[in-house]
Design a protein around this ligand. Structure first.
Ligand code: SF4
Length: 101
């Protein structure tokens, strides 16, 4: 069985999206978590699905696999564009990223 456990905060599943309008294209996220982030041919970062499919729609969302949570959170913290958003799936409240109060 290849069901991948998803990341959670207090039992909540998490997802991540990128605001490409602010992305600088430096590629830090793709270095930290290449399983989740990748630069497309337009030079901007996009998220990927668990089966390695690049989601090329701006603002597309993908689940955060639990083993990669630290890498994804570090990406959000280090992102120079402040454009990586990690939020709860259930209520879309951001838990890591520039919009966290
Ligand atoms: S770290 Fe942020 S600014 Fe840099 S490529 Fe990734 S999403 Fe874009």
């Amino acid at each position: 069985m290849s069901v991948q456990q998803e990341a959670s905060v207090d039992g909540e599943a998490l997802e991540v999206w990128i605001d490409q309008d602010l992305c600088t294209g430096d590629g830090i996220c793709a270095q930290y978590a290449p399983e989740v982030f990748e630069l497309d041919i337009d030079g901007l970062a996009y998220v990927k699905t668990a089966d390695d499919r690049l989601l090329q729609d701006r603002g597309a969302t993908t689940a955060v696999p639990l083993p990669l949570l630290t890498d994804v959170v570090d990406s959000a913290k280090e992102c120079p564009g402040e454009c990586i958003h990690v939020r709860r799936v259930s209520d879309k409240v951001e838990v890591y990223g520039p919009d966290v109060a």
